[in-house]
Design a protein around this ligand. Structure first.
Ligand code: RUQ
Ligand code: CUA
Length: 655
């Protein structure tokens, strides 16, 4: 066995063994440790009626949604629907929100959401928006933190597996999206899979964010067909640059577990995005015809719309030079993180015994001095030693992600050894290790990937829950563990289950978000074409086989609440306007037999439920949200007659 194979075995076997090992490890608290926890409980205790210090935004992974948790309490505050339908409030089911889930492949009810990223100003999270990526059918969404709603979703063409995404530049000029799964780009799509090295490429997308948040792809950079795994923008010293970790530089198309673990080093790609943007301005990009959708909520009507885009501008690094540099990095790196001052680039190598740390300044010098070690597509590979700032020696097994506390320390998760290490940025020495339960992926310090971390708490998101909580059958929520990192030692202070699989998270001081909240929508500003802004404006209109119901809801009745003249074969649109004008008084709407979810209508808003009655009879509808003492009375009836009957449209609400 050559030493390479031995090395692979040495690394891969523990990976496999992990799943056995966690089964054997018992980390349940003994009486002794329970009492220790009682002593620290007050560190995460938020008294009833008091607020958390931070909003935490945790990705839902394969739920497709974004969860909002209070930190340090771990209270689950809200779930923001993004890439998946959400029956709780009818997102994706109401006529107003359906278009948010449109793609060039048709309407998709589900997504795989990996990374939240807060918008930034001067390298500091600013509380305007959260961006999130969809990994499966590549998209990026923007969530408005005044309403906690998804306002825009843009699809990324020429991309598969949008994983290294959606990281922002220091003033949110751009948000990035990238290819994890390389593939053919351009006209020639129908190619043999094993023609990978000839036909498969990657695309790095740079999405411009306007002042009002509107997104569009400014340009894409074509790069070799590697797997682009994670990225971060440079900041301060390195602003104008972006960095991407890669694996599978072997360009394998099968059994990647082995075939993409052959080379000793893959690369971190350093991309000069500022220069790329300039080149695009100078007309140096080619235009490629592709189709992709941009879905956005019309701010006037509140109705989501889709627009089809037809082309993107491409900078092909085979032809355009001076944009990308390859920094050799051992070995199948995953996490990619840039220190708060922008100088250090940490690429955690899943399969290497050390964590390499690159220096931005050394990189610039190496470029100037042409300290090169070959080239890829005519672009320089820099000498590893020329760029390396140092190594974190023996960090633990399976290092994945790193965050920074802003006080000179970094924290890195180890997936296989189930712990987090704290290490010093000036000499790369490990100063503390904390066990977590179990198999951590990402970790998050509020602002910890920005230029200004708030280094008081660290949240570690674990992939395996096992015996941490009461069992819930074969499926368990993942678990998050909160540490106090204000002292020398990391101290575990809270532990709570999290919905689906949080990959990454962001957090921001609550004051930066809570003062900006929209508490209700002003009725006078409602420009929905089917709004009924008072009960006197309610009506039912037939248009062929379509029936439009202009309905209002207010404590504690609907108007109209008796409707006749609907027939089987009709399509009924219930346009319901919530007339309330105060905070936290939604009304719900559900009707028997609807092949649809309920609606949850916020004060001042109009939402529409589409219903196709299939049976003759009397169909009750009711408010689904306990809104008032007489909520149970908030109900009504629709009479459905057979197709062809001559029952006329009539409607009313009592007398
Ligand atoms: S991932 S556990 Cu960010 Cu999707 Cu690393
Ligand atoms: Cu309105 Cu219950």
């Amino acid at each position: 066995m050559n030493s390479l194979t031995k090395n692979i075995k040495r690394i891969l076997l523990p990976l496999l063994g992990l799943f056995v090992a966690v089964g054997l490890t018992s980390c349940q608290s003994s009486d002794e440790s329970s009492s220790t926890y009682k002593n620290i409980a007050e560190k995460s205790f938020v008294a009833p009626g008091e607020y958390d210090e931070y909003y935490g935004f945790l990705s839902g992974g394969y739920s497709g949604q974004l969860s909002v948790y209070g930190i340090p309490s771990g209270r689950h505050l809200y779930t923001i629907p993004v890439f998946s339908e959400e029956p709780t409030n009818g997102y994706g089911y109401s006529e107003e929100t359906k278009a948010m889930l449109n793609t060039s492949y048709g309407r998709i009810p589900w997504g795989d959401l990996h990374h939240p990223e807060l918008s930034q100003t001067d390298g500091k999270p600013d509380g305007r928006w959260v961006f999130v990526n969809e990994n499966n059918t590549p998209r990026i969404a923007r969530i408005d933190l005044k309403t906690f709603r998804t306002d825009e979703i843009i699809e990324l063409p020429n991309t598969s597996g949008n994983h290294a995404s959606p990281f922002v530049t220091a003033n949110t000029e751009y948000v990035f999206g990238h290819t994890r799964f390389a593939g053919p780009i351009g006209d020639k799509q129908d190619v043999p899979i094993d023609s990978y090295s000839e036909n498969f490429k990657g695309a790095l997308s740079f999405i411009k964010v306007e002042d009002d948040g509107a997104m569009d792809i400014d340009f894409q950079i074509l790069v070799p067909g590697y797997d682009y795994d994670l990225s971060r923008a440079g900041k301060k010293a390195s602003s104008g640059w972006a960095f991407f970790s890669t694996y599978n530089t072997e360009e394998a198309n099968t059994l990647l577990e082995i075939n993409a673990s052959k080379k000793d080093k893959d690369y971190v790609l350093a991309v000069n995005w500022e220069k790329a943007a300039e080149m695009v301005q100078q007309g140096k990009a080619e235009t490629m015809e592709v189709e992709y959708l941009r879905n956005y909520v019309d701010p006037e009507t509140g109705i989501a719309k889709s627009e089809t885009k037809k082309s993107v501008r491409i900078l092909d690094t085979k032809k355009v030079k001076g944009l990308v540099y390859y920094i050799p990095t051992p070995k199948s790196p995953h996490g990619l993180n840039v220190s708060p001052d922008g100088e250090l680039i940490v690429a955690s190598s899943k399969l290497d015994a050390n964590v390499p740390v690159h220096s931005f300044n050394k990189m610039i010098q190496a470029i100037e001095n042409e300290e090169f070690d070959g080239e890829i597509w005519g672009n320089p590979v820099l000498k590893y030693e020329s760029v390396l700032a140092g190594r974190v020696e023996n960090p633990g097994l399976g290092p994945l992600h790193t965050e920074f506390d802003g006080n000179g320390y970094a924290y890195t998760t180890n997936f296989i050894s189930s712990n987090v290490i704290k290490w010093k940025l000036d000499d790369f020495s490990v100063t503390d290790t904390a066990d977590v339960y179990y198999a951590p992926g990402h970790l998050m310090i509020p602002g910890g990937d920005s230029g200004q971390p708030w280094g008081k708490y660290m949240l570690v998101m674990n992939k395996i829950t096992k015996d941490r909580y009461l069992p819930t059958g074969p499926e368990l929520f993942h678990s998050a563990q909160l540490f106090d990192i204000s002292g020398e030692k990391m101290e575990l202070i809270n532990d709570f289950p999290t919905e689906a699989e949080p990959h990454y998270a962001q957090a921001i001081p609550a004051d930066m978000v809570k003062e900006n909240q929209v508490r209700f929508f002003k009725l006078e500003d409602n420009k929905h074409p089917y709004a009924a802004k008072s009960e006197s404006a309610t009506k039912v209109e037939r248009d062929g086989s379509d029936v439009h119901v202009y309905m209002t809801a207010i404590r504690s009745h609907f108007a109209p609440d008796n409707i006749e003249g609907v027939k089987t074969g009709d399509t009924v649109y219930f346009h319901i306007t919530n007339l309330e004008q105060s905070w936290d008084v939604p009304h719900g709407f559900g009707i028997k037999g609807a092949n649809n979810a309920e609606l949850l209508i916020m004060p001042g808003e109009t939402l529409t439920l589409k219903w196709q009655p299939k049976k003759v009879g009397i169909f009750p509808f009711y408010c689904t949200d306990f809104c008032s003492a007489l909520h149970q009375e908030m109900q009504g009836y629709v009479r459905v007659s057979p197709q062809g009957s001559d029952v006329p449209i009539s409607f009313g609400t009592g007398t």
